[in-house]
Design a protein around this ligand. Sequence first.
Ligand code: TRP
Length: 73
Amino acid sequence: MSQPDFIMIKAQEDGVNVIGLTRGNDTKFHHTEKLDRGEVMIAQFTEHTSAMKIRGKAEIYSAHGIVYSEGKE
Ligand code: TRP
């Protein structure tokens, strides 16, 4: 299988969480990465990671376009 695309997440505030969720029958958090403002994480979906949850204000770049998550007011 060819390499899946990378997802790029740029934090727009301190304390943005990038949470990886497991692939398979149960969907659980398996990793949380905390980003401060301006920090970037580049990640892929893998055999272990089927979904990602981004908590906090961030720019998310993928092959599907750009989406902006929002922090709580
Ligand atoms: N060990 C994880 C994996 O291979 C690392 C990882 C990949 C990850 N993509 C992620 C962790 C996205 C958090 C979010 O699947």
